[in-house]
Design a protein around this ligand. Sequence first.
Ligand SMILES: Nc1ncnc2c1ncn2[C@@H]1O[C@H](COP(=O)(O)OP(=O)(O)O)[C@@H](O)[C@H]1O
Ligand SMILES: [Mg+2]
Length: 331
Amino acid sequence: MIEVQNLQKIYNVKRRQSFFKSYKESIEAVKDISMKIEAGQIVGLLGINGAGKTTTIKMLTTLIEPTSGTYSFDGINAIENPSFVKNKINMIAGGERMIYWRLTAYENLWYYGQLYGIDNNTLKNRIESLLQMVGLEDKANLPVETFSKGMKQRLQIARGMINDPKYIFLDEPTIGLDAVVTKELHDEIRKLSKVREKGILLTSHYLAEVEELCDYIYLVNKGELVVEGTKKDLTEYVYNRKQYCFSVQGMDENIIMRLHNYLISLDIDVEIVQQDDRAIITSKFELSSALAQFAIKENLIIKELYEIEPSLEQAVIKLSQQICREAESIA
Ligand SMILES: Nc1ncnc2c1ncn2[C@@H]1O[C@H](COP(=O)(O)OP(=O)(O)O)[C@@H](O)[C@H]1O
Ligand SMILES: [Mg+2]
């Protein structure tokens, strides 16, 4: 498990005011971030541009040192043991960064493998199995410049696996990728976590991406965690309510009215909207059993009864509006 505690990063920058004068400025890119990433889990760090996502990933991959805070990989302090960490992690970039066009797929992987000091025999076998894993075994000896975007992306995945990492980081992996390659990459990311048990931390400002892939989400804003949880937790945090879809045979306004009265008689506050032959019911309460009981009492045949998974997109929009309002009320 990766455990991150109260990570903070202040960048000290020198700004030039005029030809002769410059002044120092401190930018607190990450204020206070704590998180956990377990093997087999895809964790999302979600936030708008400038939220501090890249800075967080740079600290976790030991590219930059935190100003304060700690993080450990499988119980080993990462700041004191950077070389231990480097062997446990890798990054997968989206698109065409970090691969050499003139080199073949095999040569690219050989180059990166050498950087990790992997012995020649192990490396040879590993490259073969990785090329097979990403379906490039026939293309091993072709220069990357002849590859399609999708093939380059698959090579990126092989490159990110060259040191057999336990944890993989992806910083905005699908920026600039078309829909087809994005979908391929999403499928590969899912496989890395669910089949190969990798712990994955993925940053994104695309809600849909995080919503689709991540088992657990940290929403960050201005270097701080706003809320964390599963997609469902986050939405409930925002709405503090549940939504059900309920439909019975012969559903009409009359039944909806009786349903409304029944729930009110149970002291359950609800809002019901009719959509064709369905009732969309919103409430703070858990309603599954009350709705089933209503159907039994009224001798109605249930066609549909389920809790609607709220959309994270709506949740995040609402959250950022809340944050803006809070900021305004302080100002
Ligand atoms: N090397 C740097 N020097 C100074 N400021 C930086 C540097 N990198 C990022 N920042 C600032 O830190 C904040 C967070 O940036 P970043 O971590 O890149 O956010 P994100 O990846 O979520 O868009 C921004 O205000 C950005 O301008
Ligand atoms: Mg970034």
